[in-house]
Ligand binder design. Sequence first.
Ligand SMILES: [Zn+2]
Ligand SMILES: [Zn+2]
Length: 370
Amino acid sequence: MSEGVRKGQKSTAARAATTYGAKAYAAASASSPLAGATIRRREPGPTDVQIEILFCGICHSDLHTVRNEWSGFMPTTYPCVPGHEIVGRVTEAGSAATRFKPGDVVGVGCVVDSDHSCRNCRDGLEQFCPGATYTYNSPDRHLGGVTFGGYSESIVVDESFVLRVPGNLDLAGAAPLLCAGITTYSPIRRWGDIKGRKVGVVGLGGLGHMGVKFARAFGARVVVFTTSPAKKADALRLGAHEVILSSDPEEMKAHAGTFDFILDTISADHDINAYINMLGRDGNITLVGAPEKPLGVAAFALLFGRKSVSGSLIGGIRETQEMLDFCGEHGITADVEVIPIRRVNEAYERMLRSDVKYRFSIDMASLKAE
Ligand SMILES: [Zn+2]
Ligand SMILES: [Zn+2]
């Protein structure tokens, strides 16, 4: 579809936007718990699909946004409806929508629109588009105000930002693939062919457990770094070949200089140099967590061995679809604890204590009974 046609349709849709009420869970302020609310969604425009949401994963970003903890660069507008790990079923497709039809099982991740024209969009990296519309707490170009996420009974999204979910996947476990899945899949893929290579995963939470599954499926020798001996058995069950207790200097020393690639999923303060020392020549460590304070990287640790530190942020639409298809082929989903939506506030507290294996997935059928 040409830019002109697409833009034309968008402005027509914007002018004509009528809305309907949808049940949701929203936070009224940074200090309020999430509670039942009714929000306005646009009626599907020509290229939109309307999706009945079946499951929505709970991401740490949801909690940060609800509590306005990223006020410095992304202040929260209230009411706030979080949720960007969405799996559902298409209930209606716009007159010009060609990719989906009612009944299709689909996913929506962190981005629901972009300018379709910048270099990042042309390269299929919509997550870096300066005009990207994020799934929640992002200016809504159709209705004004901000976008509302997946803690809701339905959502309306331009079909070019809707993903196809393979039919063999458990839907509760598939929801977290839309953020935790692509966040870990993308940097592993970008690194190159990791078959037979030694790959480390730092941290075994929502992101780390997906990193282990993907690295294993790509044929790497997978080693998990953890501070918790209690996680060892689980790491092996998830696919790791080996587990290193990062608090044990002897264990760390024995593996120094032997890794090709390390995926660092820790969002708390930690000593990154300890992991840079684990890398061999030309090794890379990629950060997907975002510690609040800057990490002190020792230059010498990088210089000797020509090592590099990188960051990575979710993935583009094309790559997200590739990831979902890969998960379909390999039977990969997140390990989830399914909860009704009324337990979402309690789930946030448990997530802060890392008391979840390894992601909460909200069964949205529970919202109907609210
Ligand atoms: Zn997320
Ligand atoms: Zn763009």
